[in-house]
Design a protein around this ligand. Structure first.
Ligand SMILES: [Zn+2]
Length: 649
């Protein structure tokens, strides 16, 4: 397991490099990421390369036993290149070509950009291929935009559509182009979606196209690096819950996923936890953190400084969810540039007196001891939640704003499962569900015959499937289905839905079978049971005759339908009922605490993380050893503010 930092030696004078390397080694840093945006220093002029400074810094770091990840510098094309080929700059939705500046200022389909990207990558890969200190590569930085609306992209889009649909007749039909006279009679007529109101089918295909073009550019880099640098890993820094790219596709050819974790503060703890699980789910294996927040961050605003202990807490939270390395952004706060109010492990003054540096030293010492024990320990989960980019995009493709909060709908279930101390896997709808006791699918709009079969096979074999509202309402082209809802899954759920409503600010009551009242929110599918058992009923106005939550036996399993958003206690009680056999029994912990488990060679490591800035009490019901203090604990014990424990037993 590695502890590392993102380092930009080109931001500091040469004399400082030795001091930095010594301070890094003292704190337990074993890995440094370099050259992320350094194109203008690696190729200051067209075909005029200078790797001497990078060679020197790598050699200095080597003297302190620090390994290196190099980045391909393509997230920041230099000014000379843009000046030579201004067509590389992306065009905005309103038709304006962007100027040079900031970063990511390139069109993802531009052939000139492919040429210059390949050239600098080839040079770097050949130069460092025999350097054993360079262990791997990060491709580009945080793929994801801006989307480009240039003529070149328009032509690529038309080609992409031609490959997909074959004929204009197919395309016109799939997009429903009879509506508002949108029929195309030549491929060249098809525009990019630059107007405000556009067809949801068109919008969905443009999102798929943008994702595919990004994957194509990313794969070009991966293949180049792997061809020239066998033995060195290739990864990319993903962005957690970022939704503009199909991360399953993007991650396919990388050796592993790494990602940039900026949780901001503890109010976002469940979103950060969910993001870790989404990242682990992309390749179904442990991941790296390539940029970990070490204190205040900036862009539109400046967040709070982490109080002592909080950086350490977030670090162990990463390990708890399956991280194999944590690399902090960044080594030292920069005195200039756009991110000058963005903290580093060292502050602008460069002294070793910062809160983050002291904490890094502590983490370095701890991980030196426990890292080998927990390395490659797996996360095993009895429950999975479907996280699907097609559904995210369909949810986004409505008048420029999401219809519902996709991660928010997932978090209703996720929070309740985490409160039981149970691990969660995030999966694709096409995955094999058979390893899971329960599979949950909020906002599963798109339903195909294959998916319906996958779900029905799972349930008839004994699985428990839970759908959120708006399930199976659309086809793959984002068109509403003509079937009675929930369409292809009507027999599975044993229900029909003929009416629904957007709840908005209305006060809606839901009453369960014991007479307990919950608040309904967001959306209401008004369910008519057709064989299903009613678990809760609407209890407000014209909704009252309808069911809100149902369960249906199907083969050896059960299918639940939750027709609306409900208060958290509802999910708490449902998850407790379905998953109680998997909940943590030997540790009692309050709401502020999250518990995760990793397993290895028959050993079980329980990560306990306190997200509160106050001490909390937990109860351990049998002898367990804390890996950090090496002490055995049993009974009531105090967990300090932002405190952590890794218990074995
Ligand atoms: Zn373009």
């Amino acid at each position: 397991m590695y502890l590392g930092v993102d380092y930009y030696p080109e931001h500091w004078e040469r004399e400082r490099w030795d001091v930095d390397a010594r301070l890094m080694e003292d704190a337990g840093v074993e890995l440094v990421r370099l050259a992320e945006f350094a194109w203008s220093r690696l190729e200051p002029e067209d075909e005029n390369y200078d790797f001497s400074w990078l060679d020197e810094v790598i050699s200095i770091l080597g003297g302190h036993n620090i390994k290196v990840i190099l980045c391909t510098p393509t997230a920041a094309p230099p000014a000379w290149l843009i000046n030579k080929h201004p067509d590389i700059l992306p065009v905005t939705r309103n038709g304006q070509r962007m100027s040079f500046g900031a970063r990511r200022h390139y069109c993802i389909t531009n052939r000139n950009y492919y040429y210059y990207s390949e050239r600098i990558i080839r040079k770097m890969a050949e130069h460092y291929k025999d350097n054993p200190q360079v262990i791997g590569w990060q491709v580009d930085n945080e793929f994801g935009g801006p989307k480009c609306y240039c003529e070149g992209c328009r032509k690529e889009f038309q080609l992409w559509l031609k490959r997909k649909y074959g004929t204009l007749e197919n395309l016109n039909k799939s997009w429903g182009n009879a509506f508002w006279s949108h029929d195309y009679t030549a491929w060249e007529q098809i525009p990019l979606p630059v107007v405000y109101y556009h067809n949801p089918s068109f919008d969905l295909d443009f999102r798929r196209f943008f994702s595919d073009m990004t994957v194509r550019y990313s794969n070009m880099q991966i293949r180049l690096l792997k061809g020239l640098n066998s033995g060195k890993f290739v990864t990319h820094n993903f962005m957690g819950l970022f939704s503009e790219l199909d991360y399953y596709d993007l991650s396919r050819e990388y050796d592993f996923v790494s990602w940039d974790n900026y949780p901001r503060d503890s109010s976002n703890r469940y979103r950060a936890a969910l993001a870790h699980d989404v990242m682990r789910g992309l390749k179904k294996k442990n991941f790296w953190i390539m940029e970990e927040q070490c204190s205040y961050i900036t862009r539109e605003d400046i967040t709070r400084t982490f109080p002592p202990g909080e950086m350490r807490l977030w670090t162990y939270h990463c390990y708890a969810h399956g991280a194999e390395a944590v690399v902090y952004f960044r080594w030292r706060a920069c005195n200039f540039g756009i991110e000058q109010f963005h903290s580093g492990i060292l502050q602008h003054d460069g002294t070793d007196n910062s809160i983050s540096y002291r904490e890094l030293k502590q983490i370095g010492k701890e991980m030196g001891k426990i890292g080998p024990e927990i390395e490659n320990a797996k996360i095993v989960s009895p429950v999975a939640i479907i996280y699907d980019y097609e559904n995210i995009w369909v949810n986004l493709a409505y008048q420029e704003k999401p219809m519902y909060d996709y991660p928010g709908e997932i978090l209703r279930f996720y929070r309740s499962i985490k409160r039981l101390g149970i691990n969660v896997d995030m999966i694709k709808s096409s995955d094999d569900f058979s390893n899971y006791k329960v599979v949950i699918a909020p906002l599963l709009y798109v339903m195909t015959d294959e998916l319906a079969k996958n779900i029905k096979d799972y349930v008839s074999g004994g699985g428990i499937f839970i759908a959120g509202f708006r399930c199976a309402i659309k086809d793959e082209s984002s068109n509403m289905l003509k079937e009675v809802l929930p369409g292809k899954l009507r027999d599975l759920f044993g229900i029909s839905i003929y009416a629904w409503d957007n709840i908005r600010d209305m006060a809606v009551e839901i009453k369960d079978r014991d007479g307990k009242i919950y608040r309904g929110d967001t959306f209401a599918d008004l369910i008519t049971p057709e064989g299903a058992e009613v678990l809760a009923q609407y209890n407000s106005g014209w909704y009252t005759p309808y069911a809100a939550v149902t369960v249906n036996r199907y083969g050896k399993g059960k299918a639940y339908y939750t027709g609306c958003g409900l208060s958290q206690e509802f999910y708490d009680s449902l998850m407790k009922q379905l998953l109680s056999e998997y909940s943590i029994k030997d540790i009692v912990f309050p709401e502020e605490v999250e518990v995760n488990i990793r397993e290895k060679d028959g050993r079980r490591f329980v990560f306990i993380t306190n997200f509160s800035d106050k001490s909390v009490s937990i109860k351990i019901k049998r002898d367990m050893r804390d890996l950090i203090t090496d002490k055995y604990i049993n009974g009531e014990t105090e967990l300090s503010p932002f405190g952590i424990m890794i218990l074995e037993g």
